[in-house]
Write a protein that binds this ligand. Structure first.
Ligand SMILES: [Zn+2]
Length: 475
């Protein structure tokens, strides 16, 4: 039997070269050429899905992907949600060797993060912000596209022109480090493919106590920090308190909404540019920031359709209740009109930077930073909401929950359902939080528990899971 994991991550030098050239060229070619690329790649995706995916063979029966108006066909295709697709995983994917039970075993083993699955796939799972984690499989061709977008669609600071491959940088990625998440898997892959980089690329867990986090970063002295916006705010507070003394040349954020006040505060505290991006497990780099500080959709490789609560397209330039994603790079696990759950707007105006790539604004990734009383002294400890979510997901197995701050030292944890299962879930959550707060040096926090909530997940599936006191100091 074939060993399901191989340490060498998937990489195809030819595909990488082609993708780099295409990604570099596309924005120079203008909007009509971008639409042509989109149409050609959509046709290729639909053909591959009809050919290899039993589910899509049925759903797309009779459809001719080679029609000139293939882009107009897209809005007539069915909308699919993660739960529906995961429930028929083997029928969805285009390779019968991909079995969900085997993939779940693979992603349950932290020792296999970044390994090539079946010798040819990179696998990651989504976090549970929209229910049970999804599993996403990409081949070398899709990875070549993600790599090229990451490398070329970033604003280039003057220093970057002299050092395009970060040879002179010490990079610290502050986030969740133990799971098969897209960012962790990608970092591990990068390090294995590029051993010289492994000395300079460091993953730093944001679950460690604030003193340990500050000490680790003080020792590393990173020149580039990548993190979630709320976790970066925790770093800003540590720096303002004089406990973190680092001097990055650049901060990169992603994974949550970066508000203008958050950006200003990070720039003020660290004295360097802050560059944001927007990605998902379903497509690694959906949009990158331009020198004007605005996000541009990588529309040559991903199609987004903002829709209302009934799944109907919203008027151009307006915000949808959710957004449908079509991934033009991944033909192994087709994502066609996949309900992503985010609220996005595609402004109709052109950006002052001159890029023909469409503008994109994202709302709704809005968990709050919590401030809880420190065990020693009169201060507050800042806790990134994603750290709390990681603790509740990983240590307590809770995905559908809400944690609200009722008073400075009082929280309410709610889960859906009733009976013994809900009670057990709340007890696991309470134990996990108590242990985590203890490690963080947080004073006794009173935790109320309630079952029977939230349970009413919105159509897009996104709920705010961590809610601070209304009086929480503004970012
Ligand atoms: Zn721009």
């Amino acid at each position: 039997m074939r060993e399901p994991g191989d340490r060498t991550p998937p990489f195809d030098p030819l595909a990488a070269g082609v993708a780099l050239a295409e990604v570099a060229w596309a924005p120079l070619a203008g909007a009509p050429a971008l639409r042509l690329l989109q149409a050609r790649r959509l046709a290729r995706l639909l053909r591959a899905a009809q050919h290899a995916s039993p589910l899509y063979r049925t759903l797309l029966r009779g459809l001719d992907p080679d029609r000139d108006d293939v882009l107009q066909l897209l809005p007539t295709l069915p909308v699919l949600r993660k739960a529906t697709l995961m429930a028929q995983f083997e029928g969805w994917v285009g390779d019968p060797a991909l079995r969900l039970a085997d993939l779940r075993r693979f992603t349950a083993d932290p020792a296999r993060i970044g390994d090539a699955y079946l010798g040819r796939y990179l696998v990651w799972e989504s976090s549970g912000s929209r229910g049970e984690p999804g599993i996403f499989v990409q081949d070398a061709a899709a990875l070549a596209v993600y790599d090229a977008l990451e490398a070329l669609r970033r604003p280039w600071s003057p220093g970057r022109l002299l050092d395009p491959w970060y040879a002179g940088e010490v990079i610290a990625l502050v986030g969740a480090t133990g799971g098969h998440f897209a960012s962790v898997v990608s970092t591990t892959r990068l390090r294995r493919l590029n051993p010289a980089m492994s000395q300079r690329l460091h993953e730093v867990s944001f679950l460690q106590p604030p003193e340990a986090l500050a000490a680790r970063l003080n020792a590393l002295q990173p020149t580039l920090i990548g993190s979630y916006p709320t976790a970066a705010m925790v770093l800003a507070e540590l720096a303002e308190a004089g406990r973190l003394t680092v001097h990055p040349r650049e901060i990169r954020t992603g994974g949550e909404t970066l508000t203008a006040p958050m950006r200003q505060r990070l720039q003020r505290v660290f004295g360097c540019p802050v560059i944001d991006s927007y990605g998902a497990s379903e497509f690694f780099t959906i949009a990158c920031e331009c020198p004007q500080g605005r996000l541009h959709l990588n529309s040559d490789w991903v199609i987004l359709e903002p829709v209302d609560a009934h799944g109907r397209p919203v008027p151009a330039g307006t915000s949808g209740a959710s957004v449908l994603l079509t991934n033009l790079a991944n033909t192994v696990q087709p994502l066609i009109r996949y309900d992503l759950g985010d609220r996005v707007r595609l402004p109709v105006e052109r950006c002052a930077c001159g890029s023909p790539l469409p503008l994109l604004e994202v709302a709704g990734r809005s968990d709050d930073l919590l401030h809880l009383p420190a065990a020693r002294g009169a201060g507050l400890v800042a806790i990134a909401p994603l750290a709390l979510c990681t603790v509740l997901e990983d240590d307590a197995g809770l995905f559908d929950f809400r944690l609200e701050q009722l008073a400075p030292a009082e929280l309410l944890l709610s889960v859906p359902g009733h009976g013994a299962a809900a009670t057990a879930a709340l007890e696991r959550g309470q134990r996990a939080l108590a242990a985590y707060f203890d490690r963080q040096g947080i004073a006794r926090v009173r935790l109320q528990r309630r079952s029977g909530r939230p349970g009413s997940r919105g159509r897009g599936g996104k709920l705010q899971r961590v809610v601070a006191l209304a009086a929480d100091p503004p970012a």
